[in-house]
Write a protein that binds this ligand. Structure first.
Ligand code: UDP
Length: 320
C-alpha cells in the first residue's frame, strides 16, 4: 500500500518508514525538515519537502495514498511550556489542515501519533486508555486536543483511525536513531555524557517514587514502528480507537543512568538539578489493550538492550 508518512524524516517516523518498506509497503514522506533530517529518509523513498499546511502539495499526495500515518509535530515538553501558542498552532493547526485534506481526498485510514503526555500526573499504577486525561504540559495538551478532534471527525468522515499513545521512545536501528538539536531526551543525553561531551543533569530527586526520580516506560523505536504496521492491518479489519504503546515496565532516571553505565562501561558525570517543569512523576503504560486489538507487544523491552542500540547509534553519530 502507498502510505503518506508525515514527519517521516524524524526519529519515530523514520523508523516506521523502514518497517513499512520491509513489509512491502510504499511510504511517501512529507516533511518540512524543521526537526527532521533529509538523510534520515532511506534512498529510494520519495521525500516531499514541504509543510503539510501547503494544500497544493498535500492534496495530491493524499489522493494517491491508501493511508496516512501522521507523525509530524513538535514534541519537546520544555519548548511547549516556553511557547504554547506555537505548539498549538503547529500541532493542532497542522492536524486540522490534514483532516481538511482527508475530507476532500481521503484516504479513509489514519494513524495518529499521540503521547503518554495526555495522561498527566496519575497514581502509582500503569495508565489505562480509559483513565482521565489531564495533561500537565502544553505538549500533552496539543496531543489530547488532536485526539479529541480525531474522535469527532473520524465518524463524520467515515475515517478509520487509531490514536497511538507513545510512552518514551528510545533505542535505535543500526542506520537510524535520535538526532534532535538541541537534544533534550534522557537516553541520548546520558550517552553523550558517557562520550565525555557533556555533564548530565538529573532533574529532581524528590518525586514520590522509590528512588525519588521520575519513572518512565522506555519503548524501543523499532517496536513502535512495528505497532504502526499492526495498526494499519487492524484498520483493515474495522478496528480503531486509542491505544497505549509501551512495555508496561517503568524505569527511574537513576535506573536509566545505571543502565547507561553498565552498557558503556563508563561512569557518567552527573549533576543534580531541580525538577524540570511539566514532568509527571510516573508514566507507565497498561499494555493489554494494544495486545488485544493489535496482537502487538514490545518485543525488545529490555532496558539494557534498548540503551545498547542507542549507544551504537550515538557512537556512529558522534564518534568515540
Ligand atoms: N531527564 C533528566 N535529565 C535530562 C533529561 C531528562 O533528568 O537531561 C529526566 C526527565 O526529567 C524525565 C526523564 O528524564 O523524568 C525522561 O525525560 P525525557 O525528556 O527523555 O522524556 P519525556 O518523559 O519528557 O518525554
Amino acid at each position: 500500500m502507498k502510505i503518506l508518512v508525515t514527519g517521516g524524516a524524524g526519529y519515530i517516523g523514520g523508523a516506521f518508514v523502514r518497517a513499512a518498506l520491509a513489509a512491502g509497503h510504499e511510504p511517501v514522506v512529507l516533511d518540512n525538515l524543521s526537526t527532521g533530517h533529509e538523510d534520515a529518509v532511506p534512498t529510494g523513498v520519495e521525500l516531499v519537502r514541504a509543510d503539510l499546511r501547503e494544500r497544493a502539495v498535500l492534496d495530491p499526495l493524499l489522493a494517491r495514498c491508501g493511508a496516512v500515518v501522521h507523525f509530524a509535530a513538535l514534541s519537546i515538553v520544555p519548548d511547549s511550556i516556553a511557547d504554547p501558542v506555537t505548539y498549538y498552532r503547529e500541532n493542532l493547526g497542522g492536524f486540522l489542515v490534514l483532516l481538511d485534506g482527508v475530507r476532500e481526498h481521503g484516504p479513509a485510514r489514519l494513524v495518529f501519533s499521540s503521547s503518554a503526555a495526555v495522561y498527566g500526573d496519575g497514581g502509582g499504577r500503569p495508565f489505562r486508555e480509559e483513565d482521565p486525561t489531564r495533561p500537565v504540559n502544553p505538549y500533552g495538551g496539543t496531543k489530547l486536543a488532536m485526539e479529541q478532534t480525531l474522535a469527532h471527525v473520524a465518524p463524520a468522515l467515515g475515517l478509520r483511525a487509531f490514536s497511538l499513545r507513545y510512552f518514551n521512545a528510545a533505542g535505535a536501528l543500526p542506520d537510524h536513531g535520535e538526532r534532535h538539536d538541541p537534544e533534550t531526551h534522557l537516553v541520548p543525553l546520558a550517552l553523550e555524557a558517557a562520550l565525555g561531551r557533556r555533564t548530565l543533569t538529573l532533574f529532581g530527586e524528590d518525586y514520590d517514587t522509590p528512588d525519588g526520580t521520575c519513572i518512565r516506560d522506555y519503548v524501543h523505536v523499532a517496536d513502535l514502528a512495528e505497532a504502526h504496521l499492526a495498526a494499519l492491518a487492524a484498520l483493515e479489519r474495522g478496528e480503531g480507537g486509542v491505544l497505549n504503546l509501551g512495555t508496561g515496565r517503568g524505569h527511574s532516571v537513576r535506573e536509566v543512568l545505571a543502565a547507561v553505565e553498565r552498557v558503556t562501561g563508563r561512569s557518567l558525570p552527573v549533576a543534580r538539578g531541580p525538577r524540570r517543569e511539566g514532568d509527571p512523576a510516573r508514566l507507565v503504560a497498561a499494555v493489554d489493550r494494544a495486545e488485544a486489538v493489535l496482537g502487538w507487544r514490545a518485543a525488545r523491552p529490555d532496558l539494557d538492550a534498548i540503551v545498547a542500540s542507542a549507544w551504537e547509534w550515538a557512537r556512529r553519530l558522534h564518534g568515540g
